[in-house]
Design a binder for this molecule. Sequence first.
Ligand code: NAD
Length: 358
Amino acid sequence: MTLFDSPAFEGHEGVHAFSDEKTGLKAIIAVHSTARGPAAGGCRMWPYASAEDALTDALKLSRAMSYKNAMADLELGGGKSVIIGDSRTQKTPALFEAFGRAVEDLGGKYWTAEDVGVSVADLTHARRHTRYVAGLEGHEAASGDPSPVTAEGVFRGVRLCVQRALKRDLSGVRVAIQGVGNVGGYLAQKLHAAGARLVLTDVNTEALSRLAAATGAEIVAPNAIFDADVDVFAPCALGGAISLDTLPRIRARIIAGGANNQLADADAGRELFNRGILYAPDYVINGGGIINVAGEIRALERGEAFDPAWVDAKLDRLALTLEEVLEQALVERRPTHEVANEIARARIVGAAEKRAAA
Ligand code: NAD
């Protein structure tokens, strides 16, 4: 298969491969779309089995960022970068400096930030060679850790889904959270404060016990979370939680959580719909983190300080967009993720047409 025939290619504007023998850098920066503005999306470091695997991942992730940024109403396109390597053993400051030079080579078409395997410290090295880095700390425009903002967006989304599907507020609503790391942990605290009753799981039992004690939650084993007798299931661990295998076990009427790529495949999305489960599309409900990063990009570009009020207004707007998706899906009797994809594509195409006409 050639690059252009890959199912993940889907109209990418640019795919850039970088190597640097001295530092061992092997990186791909995929720019799906700059129709709405410069492409923005994190950098992932992963020991991919082959360059082809790395390329496919970069393409899928960058397209997903176009959709996520469009649904978050950001003046940003979608892009993503991957560095081939083991983040536990192969990181050096020089490697990330070389990555920074690669980002700089694209002249501002792509803004990077953290993703799996890449930390604030790594990006600080990249920043020495490019200004197109966000998600940092310690300067006036810096946005810091995005996960509390992601959790706030997910919290507002869960509240909206409960209002629509169960016609009640969060008090007494039973919520199962799969994965109580950064996003799931903050989400649990917010739901607890709103009166929800929680069932939690994680493979990291230490953090889990502490959080359960603080929120009065029930703990279940990782595999038992799918069987929990709850109103809402909130996937906040890794992708693929919703599959044809897990769906028959899920008793919740609502699925709304922070994880990326929650649907294992398109069949799972269809089956969700057939079962009458209200699903908040993942890349819509979890857009809070990129909104926070966008706040930093905006501040850097304007030479201003980071503005939390701008972020909060965008979060309000994100909840309205989620409501628009849920309403349209209800009226047209279609799966919510299909409606979301359609709206995202229309927003991207609309921006491209506006730009071409200008
Ligand atoms: P994290 O690593 O802090 O938390 C993930 C948690 O899931 C960890 O505690 C891990 O032990 C647990 N986990 C892993 N496998 C599990 C399993 N099989 N069963 C139960 N628990 C399991 O990551 P995070 O930043 O909280 O991100 C969580 C999800 O949200 C990811 O899918 C991420 O891509 C997505 N996301 C995060 C942000 C953000 O701002 N951090 C933004 C958008 C989307």
